[in-house]
Design a protein around this ligand. Sequence first.
Ligand SMILES: [Zn+2]
Length: 99
Amino acid sequence: MRLTAKIKLQPTPEQHAALLKTLETATAACNDISQQAWESKAFPLCGCIDKRNRPSQSTFSCVSCGFSAPADTVAAWNIRARAVVNLTGVGLPALAGSR
Ligand SMILES: [Zn+2]
């Protein structure tokens, strides 16, 4: 059985301002993470940032240390690293398993 409740927020002006600031901060963090995912040529383990690290759309191969992996895997590592920085920067708990 599924129950659905409809609610209508009626925030005070102070609550409205706090909600708006939270949404703006979350949007900025998501935009930053998304931009990093598309533009980043960085390998988070050695710190090398070079456009040659992406010899093809699907392959990541670090020109500094030689590490190779599917580009999506390395992109996920970069996104995770950025998310931890952004979430902890606004006072939210870090992702589970992060240090
Ligand atoms: Zn490297």
